[in-house]
Write a protein that binds this ligand. Sequence first.
Ligand code: PLP
Length: 348
Amino acid sequence: MVKPIDLRSDTVTTPTPAMRRAMAEAEVGDDVYGEDPTVRRLEERAAQLMGKEAALLFPSGTMANQAAILTHTQRGQEVLAEARSHVYGSEAGGMAVLAGCQPRLFYAPDGVPRPEDIEALLRPDDEHYPPTSLLCLENTHNMAGGTVIPVDRMQALAAAARRHGLAVHLDGARIFNAAVALGVDARDLAAPADSVMFSLSKGLGAPIGSMLCGSGEFIARARRWRKLLGGGMRQAGVIAAAGLVALDEMIHRLADDHANARRLAEGLADLPPLQVDLDLVQTNIVMCDVSAVAPAPEFSRRLAEAGVLALDVDRRRVRFVTHKDVNRDDIDRALAVIAGLVRGPVRA
Ligand SMILES: *Cc1c(COP(=O)(O)O)cnc(C)c1O
């Protein structure tokens, strides 16, 4: 059987030969005792890339986001988040279960919130209201289609939050995609936030790992939450070694993924009745409304049978994500399969 073209997510990427070599040769120690030199190097590197004092390695982005929320908040407080954000919708209700916080949502159609969206939700100090303590931002915004919040908007949002005494956490799972798309330093996107999480295991291709970055004091407190959550790992240098290769070698090539996403999006837009909003295709994610052909779950099932894997994210939309393990030819082959599916039956 031919290997399917897997466009479900950039999490499906497998480690490069250089990562496997680095993992095999990694110098390690017990990281719960702070004795793993490779983890320490990765944490220093991550902090420096984000322009923060300190960083902490986590096994997943979900755990890092939840540890950040636990560190920033107290039980009974309210957290502002976008309606389709990962921290709210894709982390199994963690902010309620773990931090005892209540999410309060705003909606940004293109994934780029406005300071007014935040300010509209803030209430006076009154015993009826849960105190609002944290704003969570997501850059790039996954479910809005990988859209990018520019630096000046990040600054304006953080300034609005601070005026009202809120801390700011940035879910930057794909912050390097945002930085590459904008042609800015990731540090400039992270600077307005108190804390930032980014993933090593998505477009950067490492097998495991996410980093949480912030002030030294913040990271020291987050370290205890990581332990509580079961994320204190021992010879984690084996993981960190791949993360260092990811940061050294895999950031600049994200531009190729963006070019492939653009090619895919333009090809899909040429296949009515499929609908793609090309303005929202800014990085490595393409959201396609397939509902005029079939409900999204059925569309993605038929696509899978024809050798192309994509993710139905709701009843109408299928998500395609480009990454290092699919090239331009794969995109063209995927488009041919999709064209066949839209126009009539095909086999890959
Ligand atoms: C993938 C993702 C996460 C969580 O990462 P995991 O490592 O899968 O837990 C958090 N936020 C966003 C926006 C993501 O896309």
